[in-house]
Structure formats: structure tokens, C-alpha cells
Design a protein around this ligand. Structure first.
Ligand SMILES: *[C@@H]1O[C@H](CO)[C@@H](O)[C@H](O)[C@H]1NC(C)=O
Ligand SMILES: *[C@@H]1O[C@H](CO)[C@@H](O)[C@H](O)[C@H]1NC(C)=O
Length: 376
């Protein structure tokens, strides 16, 4: 089972530039949850989520960082979107191509994540994310293939301080750097911008591993990807069958191979937002995953096991096998950072333990993370 990206021998740094709303999949889910909570019977739903964290209707989530966090102290004042990049004469398209090229593996696969200002602050999510690659089992070299996409200026500046491949992506008429409320027009635009962006990447011929930034990487996922399957996505809950459409996909981690099928699928997915106004990409994905048109395109969707691609909803039980762990099923940025940091500690403990004793190392998470609302 190998989707065989190999590491390029040499790698030059890249200049710059796409961003993510803070919580990626998480934020999307919370927004959905919030709407539900507001609209539907609160107590039942809260109870439901507490007992069924991988629920289908309401998936757990992260708070929208910009809705709750102050701009970091020390962050540059916001002075307009992508000042640095606007001064470059290159078009966004040319910049995109250049950054992807400089980060790509030999088989034209890139690793992509998206970032916003709250998550980019020193000591916040992005630092834990990058640290995991450094302490993981032979994962450091994967940083050479990681492109951090910023949708706001502060995130882009921080990226350029700490990483070689940074890309800023703007959305016409929307300033993503400020505070955003759930389910506002700007918020949804930003979520969908990511889908449109990923389609662009595929059209350029680059396959990608998309990862939310609140996922720590301990081993290369590449050997655990299926040899078959153009669109492979992680799950909040894995049924045990990679082909079972009843799996609950989590858009925070996916491997997508560049081909005509996946380009058409991303087009279809993006276009489907118009038929489902007010919904997030992940909710729409859940609706269209069984659409006859997807089968007609010839797209094979496969679901990744939580054994290798775990999360707080359903942790991998085997530290000898785990590749990634996602801080899903977690509301609140600070709690998220706390539990992600604990995962790094657990991993260090695992790596420092020898032989058979390793079998007894287990996660100390979730600890702070939960689905309960926080008063941040
Ligand atoms: C844990 O993963 C390792 C490496 O893949 C494997 O050899 C071992 O059998 C697994 N243990 C369990 C209990 O599944
Ligand atoms: C996380 O849990 C620890 C121990 O229970 C506690 O000391 C800490 O304040 C918690 N952090 C947050 C953000 O709730």
C-alpha cells in the first residue's frame, strides 16, 4: 500500500505564498454545531455529542480562533492583505506554481496546510505542528515538501520567519485577518476558497497531502496511503472498511492524486456549495460522497484508518504504528494547544522507551480537550 512519493534529493527554499481559516475542519464543524445548538434543542444535542463524539449530525470542533483570540502581542499591525506579495510583480498563478515546484517531491506531491493569524502566533498551533516533524520518526525531511498557505497577512509573515515554503492566498473582497463570526458570509467564503484552491493545485498537476495544522505528524503517512484510491481521507470515526461510505470523513487530512477525476470532483464539490447554501465544505462532502455523479466521474474515495491517522475523537491505539494525530473533538484553541503539546510529550516518552516496554506507552490525551464550550 504505497502511494509512492519519494523524497527529492535536494531542495531549495521557496518564497512565498494560501491560508486557512483557523480551525480547518474543526472550525467548520463547530460552526455547524453552533448553528444547530442555536436552532435546535440545546440540552439533547449537548448530551448527544457528549456520548457520541463521532456523531454524524453534529461533529465536534474547534473554536474559530479569530473569533476568540486577540491578535498576538508582537504580531505586526495589520496593514492590508499581502503587502509583500502585492509588491511582487508575479501574478498569483505564477507564485503558486513556483512555490509548489520548489516544495514538490520527485513525483510532484506536496504537503499543504493552511494557517490564520491566531494559529500562527508563537507558542500556538503552528509551532507544535512543526515541532512534531522534527521529533517524529524520520519526518523532518518532510518539512522540505510542506507548503504553509496563509489567508491573512500576519500568518504569512510568521510563516516566512519559520518556514521555507509560504504562500499567501487572498479571496476577493474578503479580509480574513480580522475576527470572523460563525457562518457569516466571509467565513464561508474562506472555507470554500480552500476547496477552490486545492482544485487549482490539482490542475497544475500536483498531488497533495492536505493536513490541518492541528495535526501532529510522527511518521510519514506515505507508506500507509492506499495504492488505489484517488481521494483518500481521514475519519473522525473509522468503521474498519476503507470503502464504506458510512465512514465519517474529516477534511483535516486527505491525500489527493492529481488526475482528471480528482480535478472534476473538486469542481463538482465546489459547485455543490450553491445547491447547499450556508453549508461548509465538509458537510457538503458528506452529502455528495455517495452522489451518482461521483461514481460516474470514476472517482474512488477511500477512508484512512484511525489506527494510523488518529485523533482525539478516535485515537490510534498503537504508538508503534501511528502516523498522525488530530486535535479534533476539541473546542477551544488553548485546550487544543495543551493537548497537542501533551501528544508531543507522549511521543517523546515513547521514543525514549526501549523494546517491549514501548508497548505500555499510551496517550495521556484527551485531557483538556473536550466538546464542551469554553469561556475563552
Ligand atoms: C502495532 O503496530 C506495529 C507496527 O505496525 C505492529 O507490528 C503491531 O503488531 C501493532 N500492535 C498491535 C497490538 O496491533
Ligand atoms: C489543562 O489541564 C491542566 C490539568 O488539569 C490544567 O492545569 C490547565 O489549566 C488546563 N488548561 C486549560 C486551558 O484548561
Amino acid at each position: 500500500m504505497a502511494a509512492p512519493p519519494t523524497t527529492r534529493a535536494a531542495n531549495e527554499g521557496g518564497g512565498g505564498a494560501w491560508k486557512e481559516e483557523g480551525g480547518g475542519a474543526g472550525a467548520r464543524r463547530l460552526a455547524t454545531a453552533a448553528l444547530f445548538l442555536a436552532a435546535v434543542a440545546l440540552p439533547c444535542l449537548v448530551l448527544y455529542r457528549a456520548v457520541a463524539p463521532a456523531g454524524v449530525l453534529v461533529q465536534p470542533a474547534a473554536l474559530m480562533p479569530w473569533a476568540t483570540q486577540q491578535q498576538t502581542a508582537g504580531a505586526p499591525p495589520h496593514d492590508g492583505l499581502f503587502v509583500d506579495d502585492l509588491q511582487e510583480s508575479d501574478s498569483e498563478d505564477v507564485r503558486l506554481e513556483r512555490v509548489l515546484r520548489s516544495a514538490a517531491m520527485a513525483d510532484d506531491t506536496v504537503i499543504l496546510t493552511t494557517l490564520n493569524s491566531a494559529w500562527s502566533a508563537p507558542g500556538s498551533v503552528v509551532d507544535v505542528f512543526l515541532e512534531s516533524f522534527r521529533i517524529g520518526d524520520n519526518t523532518r525531511h518532510l518539512l522540505d515538501h510542506l507548503v504553509i498557505v496563509s489567508l491573512d497577512n500576519a500568518a504569512h509573515r510568521r510563516c516566512k520567519q519559520i518556514h521555507a515554503h509560504c504562500l499567501a492566498v487572498a479571496t476577493d473582497g474578503v479580509d480574513f485577518s480580522g475576527q470572523k463570526n460563525f457562518m457569516t458570509d466571509g467565513y464561508l467564503k474562506m472555507m470554500w476558497r480552500r476547496i477552490d484552491f486545492l482544485r487549482q493545485v490539482l490542475e497544475k498537476g500536483f498531488s497533495f497531502i492536505f493536513t490541518d495544522t492541528d495535526i501532529v505528524w510522527f511518521r510519514s503517512p506515505i507508506p500507509r496511503l492506499y495504492a488505489e484510491g484517488d481521494f483518500q481521507i481521514a475519519c473522525d470515526h473509522f468503521t474498519g472498511d476503507p470503502d464504506d461510505l458510512q465512514n465519517s470523513p474529516n477534511g483535516g487530512f486527505a491525500y489527493v492524486r492529481a488526475n482528471t477525476e480528482t480535478v472534476e470532483f473538486y469542481r463538482f464539490w465546489y459547485a455543490a456549495r450553491e445547491r447547499h447554501p450556508g453549508m461548509h465544505d465538509q458537510d457538503v462532502l458528506n452529502i455528495i460522497k455517495g452522489d451518482p455523479y461521483v461514481a460516474q466521474i470514476g472517482l474512488r474515495i477511500r477512508f484512512l484508518s484511525t489506527e494510523f491517522f488518529g485523533g482525539l475523537c478516535e485515537p490510534s491505539r498503537n504508538l508503534s504504528a501511528v502516523c498522525t494525530m488530530h486535535a479534533n473533538c476539541c473546542v477551544g484553541l488553548r485546550r487544543k494547544v495543551d493537548d497537542l503539546s501533551l501528544m508531543l510529550q507522549d511521543w517523546r516518552r515513547f521514543m525514549a522507551t526501549r523494546n517491549q516496554d514501548r508497548l505500555f506507552v499510551s496517550w495521556s490525551v484527551p485531557r483538556n480537550c473536550s466538546l464542551n464550550k469554553v469561556e475563552e
